[in-house]
Design a protein around this ligand. Structure first.
Ligand code: ATP
Ligand code: MG
Length: 399
């Protein structure tokens, strides 16, 4: 995104005018050199957070103790972080202390991979002390410094290596891979939320099957909740990437990795929203299995916002096939009703019809039967037609 870069260059200009130094760093530099769409633009600076707050109008302190503020500029956000190094990762989680430093090269040295350890000045010159440009040319993921030490400092970097391999189609350089082989068990110490963040990016990567292979061969997979040595690459690698947690969970549960959606959400500490979506997709898939087709009743009960995920799930399990997408959209367009409110015959009508019956679970049962019959096109959505039909039913049995 050229405008984001240009705005970042303007921000750098202002910092320089105030006597500081600043560069675009990390993922944005890497992606620009690869020629891939950039995510966020992060900026590193020699100035302290308070000084940055004085230069720009809208600055949100998001992590002052780590030297990070968010600068709002032309309606976009830029993380601006003071050059720093990190020391003593004793709990495998956070560096014990963050020390501000004066030199961009020292800041780059704390970063994980050579391709992520480059900086770009406002004239587009690249600062590349560790051979990141060469690594990009060679398509390799290579730790900055000694891989064993770097993974010991922060074991999350091991899964990040594979995540980048999956996204970029790069190979993990041999010394870096060796270190992962040796130290995969350290992942035990990492908060599952951090792992989950990287894992979903890995699963969604274009080169996901390569990612799966590396996870298995290095022994990382066994460290993850629910995967403990039951993942067999040959029979378990999906046919297409899994682009969101609901798809991924439904896929793995179908493959026998984890018993149900609930366990997944609990073990991986995912959100309730993910849980609800995963349950909807899983239910739709069970329905799909009954007939190996996308029925109106399935489509009716699946929220439209999950259409894409559901199609992906089928493709992940059965192979890439365009017809599922086509079937689903056709069925969705042809639905007789979108939800129960659209029924010409409502619960109140039902109660009136059987007015001498006590209210009970029969109401829901009868409504579902009406709803399903209308959705399946076996009766017209018309008050009189439905009423006549329901009148022929047995009296409700209350329980
Ligand atoms: P993406 O485009 O997916 O966000 P990214 O490279 O920007 O990729 P981030 O997680 O946003 O990845 O991190 C930004 C930068 O911070 C990285 O490029 C890297 O230089 C550094 N970094 C992030 N996490 C770590 C880590 N665990 N150890 C060392 N450096 C890290
Ligand atoms: Mg980023």
């Amino acid at each position: 995104n050229v405008t984001m870069f240009n705005s970042a260059f303007e921000i750098i200009g202002e910092i320089e005018a105030a006597g500081g130094e600043a560069y675009i760093v990390g993922g944005a530099v890497r992606d620009a050199l690869i020629g891939r769409p950039i995510g966020d633009v992060d900026i590193a600076t020699s100035l302290r957070p308070e000084e940055i707050q004085n230069i720009f109008e809208k600055v949100i302190p998001i992590g002052i103790e780590h030297g990070t503020v968010m600068v709002r500029y032309h309606s976009e956000s830029y993380e601006v972080t003071t050059y720093r190094k990190e020391e003593g990762y004793e709990d495998f989680r956070h560096p014990d202390e963050v020390t501000f430093v004066g030199d961009i090269r020292e800041d780059l040295a704390r970063r994980d991979f050579t391709m992520n350890a480059m900086a770009m000045g406002k004239d587009q010159t690249i600062v590349d002390p560790f051979g990141g440009q060469q690594a990009i040319k060679d398509k390799v993921i290579q730790a900055v410094g000694h891989p064993k030490e770097r993974f010991f400092e922060d074991p999350l970097r091991m899964i990040r290596a594979v995540r980048f391999a999956s996204q970029l189609g790069f190979t993990v350089e041999s010394k870096t891979e060796e270190a992962i082989n040796e130290q995969a068990p350290l992942l035990k110490h990492i908060a599952i939320e951090r792992i989950a963040n990287e894992m979903i990016k890995l699963l969604a990567g274009q080169h996901f099957s390569q990612g799966f292979h590396v996870l298995c061969t290095t022994g990382m997979m066994e460290e993850f909740p629910l995967f403990q040595s039951q993942f067999d690459v040959k029979s378990h690698v999906p046919y297409v990437s899994l682009n969101s947690w609901p798809e991924a969970i439904s896929y793995f549960v179908e493959k026998g990795i984890g018993e149900n959606v609930k366990d997944w959400v609990k073990e991986w500490k995912l959100s309730n929203q993910i849980r609800h979506s995963a349950e909807s997709i899983r239910m739709a898939y069970k329905e799909f299995q009954l007939t190996s087709s996308i029925t109106p009743w399935l489509v009716y009960r699946l929220p439209r916002s999950l259409d894409q995920s559901f199609v992906r799930l089928i493709q992940a399990i059965h192979g890439e096939d365009h017809r599922w997408q086509v079937q689903l959209s056709e069925q969705a367009n042809e639905l007789a009703i979108e939800n129960r409110k659209d029924l010409a015959f409502q619960a109140a009508d039902l109660i009136q019809l059987f007015h001498d019956e006590k209210k009970g679970s029969w109401i829901e049962e009868y409504m579902t039967r009406i709803e399903r019959t209308v959705v399946e096109g076996n009766i017209k959505n018309d008050y009189e037609t439905i009423k006549e039909w329901v009148q022929q039913w047995n009296r409700p049995v209350n329980n």
